[in-house]
Design a protein around this ligand. Structure first.
Ligand code: ADP
Ligand code: ASP
Ligand code: MG
Length: 405
């Protein structure tokens, strides 16, 4: 009999009624003859609430204790959903990440899954019971509980789907599927029937919270069919797979955006050697993720390098640069806050030069100033003022005719 994975996000299990509804969806699949492993997120905003609680008790709480706290959120949902499934007359057992054999690297707060030893889940399924497993967590080699980073339950779901050789990994959420852009910001956003792993990976990495990027990466590496579907209504959702219909191969498939971007500019008095490596090695040592980097070197001007970071890393970057000013040999550093990154993504770009040019034109016509640019084979990103973000997304959505008829 075919095995499948069903994953329910926080909004889809936010209260007892929604948990009962999720249980009915699971029982529906069991009745259709499937063996079902279910992965759950914490109820509603539980993870945020737990973080706020920790912050009240100790604003500098250690990451180990934060992981101890956060893993409880998913455990509540797993047991409640198993009870709700039992109430429908179907046997169900809940498991924490470690009980389900999910092992991770030894990093708190953002661990990668290393292995899933799925014997216990498989034997549960073989006994004709539903296995309900906590998402977002695992255990490291020292027996410490770890979490996978915000939104990480998607990654738990895909990793478990691969380990149990599931036919599909269904991600149930609060929207009808993957859209051309966030339907909560742009009303004209259109649901996509399908999208390739590569496009989805870019969109996820560029700020669309709909899937955890690592989930897409795992799915691609193991060719696991992924589907994003609505939990609250009937719907086939969006299929994410390797190759998609050529006919649908639009140049631009979607627009992604990310708020809270900061641009840092480091200025030097004189030309220098090796400074780029020095700055970025120093920042990497402090686990700061640098995104877009722009450097101009001209004989007739003082050299400078600009790079973009997330606001959450801002304080750390200020501290690290200040502490190392002498070693890095720069004169001054400037920060510009209140920026956002808007990106267009589509695999058709590879064979269509000039996409970046049409994007810049659209921004100029809308009087949106571009602060930084970055491109890859299948995306173009611009950093712009956050106050222009919604306008920019709307304009680009129209420019590339993403709304359809
Ligand atoms: P869950 O709790 O189910 O994991 P998330 O909040 O993590 O749900 O992800 C779903 C949300 O992703 C949607 O509510 C939507 O606002 C947002 N989103 C951003 N970009 C997109 C997109 N391109 N398509 C669909 N949803 C998107
Ligand atoms: N509960 C976790 C979070 O809110 C994990 C998840 O929902 O995927 O980030
Ligand atoms: Mg999510």
């Amino acid at each position: 009999m075919e095995r499948i994975v069903m994953k329910f996000g926080g909004t889809s299990v936010a209260n007892p009624e929604k948990i009962a509804h999720a249980a009915q969806l699971v029982v529906g699949e069991v009745k259709r003859g499937k063996k079902v492993a279910v992965i759950v997120s914490a109820m509603g905003k539980t993870t945020d609430e737990l973080l706020a609680l920790a912050n009240e008790v100790n604003p500098n709480a250690g990451r180990r204790e934060l992981d101890m706290l956060l893993t409880t959120g998913e455990q509540v949902t797993a047991s409640l959903l198993a009870m709700a499934i039992a109430a429908e007359g179907v046997e169900a057992k809940s498991f924490t990440g470690w009980q389900a054999g999910v092992t991770t690297e030894a990093i708190h707060g953002n661990a990668r899954i290393e292995q899933v030893r799925a014997e216990r889940i498989i034997s549960t399924l073989e006994e004709d019971a539903v296995a309900v497993i906590t998402g977002f967590q695992g255990i490291d080699a020292q027996g410490q509980l770890t979490t996978l980073g915000r939104g990480g339950s998607d990654t738990s779901a895909v990793a478990i789907a691969i380990a149990i050789d599931a036919a599909v990994c269904d991600i149930y959420t609060d929207v009808e599927g993957v859209f051309t852009t966030d339907p909560r910001l742009i009303e004209q956003a259109r649901k996509l029937e399908e999208i390739s792993y590569d496009e989805m990976l870019e969109i996820a990495n560029l700020g669309a919270g709909v899937l955890h990027p690592r989930a897409v990466e795992f799915a691609k590496n193991h060719q696991m069919p992924l589907r994003v579907r609505p939990a609250h209504i009937e719907g086939e959702g969006t299929i994410i797979k390797e190759e998609i219909d050529l006919e649908n191969n639009l140049i631009v498939r979607g627009v992604a955006f990310e708020r809270d971007i900061v641009r840092s500019t480091v200025m030097y008095d004189t030309p220098y050697n090796g400074s780029l490596a020095n700055i970025f090695t120093t920042l990497a040592k402090h686990h700061v993720n640098v995104d877009i980097i722009v450097q101009t070197i001209r004989e007739d001007s003082q050299p400078s390098v600009s790079f973009s970071i997330k606001k959450q890393d801002f304080a750390e970057v200020v501290k690290v640069l200040e502490m190392n000013q002498e070693a890095l040999g720069y004169r001054q550093v400037d920060f510009e806050v209140g920026l956002a990154k808007v990106s267009i993504v589509g695999s058709g770009m590879v064979s269509n030069p000039g996409v970046a040019a049409t994007m810049f034109d659209a921004m100029r016509n809308a009087s949106v100033p571009i602060k930084m640019v970055s491109t890859s084979e299948i995306k173009v990103s611009v950093v712009i003022p956050e106050s222009d973000m919604e306008k920019a997304v709307t304009v680009l959505h129209e420019q590339y005719e993403l709304a359809g008829e």
